[in-house]
Design a protein around this ligand. Structure first.
Ligand code: AMP
Ligand code: ZN
Ligand code: ZN
Length: 341
């Protein structure tokens, strides 16, 4: 495929993980420099007013746990309840009637906030790999607690960074939402991965590695621009070894992943000028049948928010991406980051 965008024709690629079509449109292509984000007016709250800062713990909803567990003012991470939860953690909420075909369920679930640092003006990637690993392990510790509830079917870990990525707080944080249903995007992903497996006998994410799409690698993970990236400069971080659930990650792999995440976030931030972004951990539903294990493979999706979704995308479910992923991969691969691992 020609690397000069002027020689390229539009191409429609199928994302075999999400079963959706993406239009790569050279006519709409712009140079990566055009994607550098404008300064995000995210920091509307002065740090002295921020409830997530050290010293303001009393302004937050109740704490679930902190890291280290016995720490006082010297905590590194706090997992707290969301002050404005989308779902209710009250167990009596599960008592509603559900005949399996009702269109409404009680809104039982968990909506927690992970405060990633006591300091306000730091980014996740400013921390050492060991501290980033602590954040990943805090997610896992909370998922293990949530797993005790049979009525919880799916746990979504996500991070909004920057106002145009949906963040209302500029203090470094992420969120964990535990749902009593398997969300439609997850079911669609499972169906699509199952179809690929039935056709090829292989897990689609075990096949993700393609040299021109690789951005960086670690011992246990590969960071790629996905072949049919929905968004410009979208990045997936995929475990090399087949694994269905994020919460199965052990300490050694968490540290390895943290080192790679740090590098990837630094690369993205330097090439795209600290863009607003969303980071999602895509894992398998909690109650997975053993027959589904061979084709479910967890991964992290990072989406810098550089374009707007318009009527075409809402109407068709197809996306137009002006940047071919092999070009995005090259731009990100070429940033040199001192060894972080
Ligand atoms: P985001 O809007 O993505 O930045 O996530 C921040 C989350 O923190 C939101 O879901 C808020 O509901 C939640 N939140 C805001 N203030 C507090 C607080 N004082 N204690 C606990 N959660 C809070
Ligand atoms: Zn703060
Ligand atoms: Zn796999």
């Amino acid at each position: 495929m020609a690397s000069d965008e002027t020689n390229r024709s539009p191409e429609i690629r199928k994302d075999a993980i999400h079963n959706r079509w993406v239009i790569f449109s050279p006519a709409r292509a712009r140079r990566p420099s055009d994607f550098k984000s404008k300064t995000d007016p995210n920091d509307s709250k002065d740090r002295t007013e921020c409830p997530f800062c050290a010293g303001h713990e009393h302004e937050c909803a109740p704490e679930i746990f902190r890291v280290p567990p016995e720490s006082t003012s010297d905590w590194r991470i706090r997992v707290i309840q969301n002050l404005y939860p989308a779902l209710s953690r009250r167990l009596d909420f599960t008592d509603g009637e559900n005949d399996g075909c009702s269109a409404a369920l009680p809104g039982f679930g968990f909506h927690d906030v992970v405060i990633e640092s006591p300091a306000h003006r730091v980014h996740l990637e400013d921390h050492s790999p060991a501290r980033i690993a602590d954040v990943l392990l805090a997610y896992i510790q909370r998922i293990e607690q949530i797993r005790e509830f049979d009525s919880i079917k799916y746990v979504q870990v996500f991070k909004n960074h920057g106002a145009s990525a949906g963040a209302s707080m500029s203090h470094p944080h992420s969120q964990i939402m535990a749902l009593p249903v398997v969300p439609p995007t997850v079911s669609a992903r499972l169906n699509s991965m199952k179809e690929f497996f039935l056709q090829t006998g292989k897990c689609s994410l075990c096949q993700v590695k393609r040299d021109d799409l690789v951005i960086d690698e670690s011992s246990h993970f590969i960071a790629v621009a996905p072949f049919a990236a929905t968004f410009p400069f979208e990045i997936w971080v995929v475990p090399r070894d087949h694994s269905s659930h994020f919460h199965e990650l052990d300490h050694e792999k968490a540290l390895d992943l943290a080192g790679l995440l740090k590098v990837i976030l630094i690369k993205m931030s330097s090439q795209l000028k600290d863009p607003p972004y969303n980071l999602m951990i895509h894992t398998a539903p909690l109650q997975l049948d053993s027959s589904e294990l061979p084709f479910t493979h967890w991964f992290i999706q990072i989406v810098p928010q550089l374009t707007l979704t318009g009527g075409f995308e809402l109407g068709t479910g197809c996306y137009i991406n002006p940047v071919f992923p092999e070009d995005a991969a090259k731009v990100l691969r070429d940033v040199s980051v001192p060894n972080q691992r």
